[in-house]
Design a protein around this ligand. Sequence first.
Ligand SMILES: C[S@@+](CC[C@H](N)C(=O)[O-])C[C@H]1O[C@@H](n2cnc3c(N)ncnc32)[C@H](O)[C@@H]1O
Length: 255
Amino acid sequence: MSGRPYDHARNAGNRGDVWKHAVLLTVVDGLAGGDAPRRGVFRYLETHSGRGRYKLPAQGGWNEGVGRITGREPAHPYARLAVRHLQSGEYAGSWLLVRERLGELGRAAAVTLHDVSDEVARDVHDAIASEGLHDVTFCRGDGFAAVRDAAADLVLIDPPYVPEPLPDWKRVIEAMDALQTPALAWYPLLADVTFPPLDIALPTFSVWWDGQGSPFIGCGMVATRAAVGPILGALPELERVALQMGAACQVRVPP
Ligand SMILES: C[S@@+](CC[C@H](N)C(=O)[O-])C[C@H]1O[C@@H](n2cnc3c(N)ncnc32)[C@H](O)[C@@H]1O
């Protein structure tokens, strides 16, 4: 992996994003939609937010990711929202997707974002001002430190895993072990790294694909116990999303 600062714009909409955001919105639906108890404002917190919108190049990781789930009538709420953005030549980041889905579900949102990047800070502040996103609060700084005292209905931890993946993985597991709230964390599966995600005590939802020489051969979401129900309840829909991008699912729920 390279030593330059991580810029998610290069990878927006790739297979990793598709899986992450499909699982994320599945959990949002389970916690905030349908028969879920409605207790006012839904508090969503992200430790590594990235921007809200990414302009997509003609060729990029998105061709193998979100580009492969658009040919059919999208049934999953994530797919519908992602396709709408794709029609404007953009990919929507995690927190924007969550905010839009909460709006569709008729829930008021309080979105708290953390990111260390100055560029991301500028971008998100611009979006808050120009799009009137008054329910979004951005804090520039270390997201792992912020998550310790998190009071939220759902937390997403999504570090870049560069330049070295294992330190981020260690901090993810420490944070997830300490969280009592519904929480999800994304991880990559890399051909050249002995990555330990499948040995942990928390449930994992992985997808694997043929990386065709790329070191990035899959990814997954770790979930706290409080977030697992909605994912298990929507596995067939999630498996369809995985299949459309040529990936196979592996679910692991330790006793
Ligand atoms: C994978 S991107 C986030 C993508 C976004 N969550 C999404 O799914 O659309 C990772 C982000 O983490 C930020 N970052 C890196 N180290 C961080 C840290 N210690 N705390 C907070 N943000 C960090 C980077 O600036 C980058 O914007």
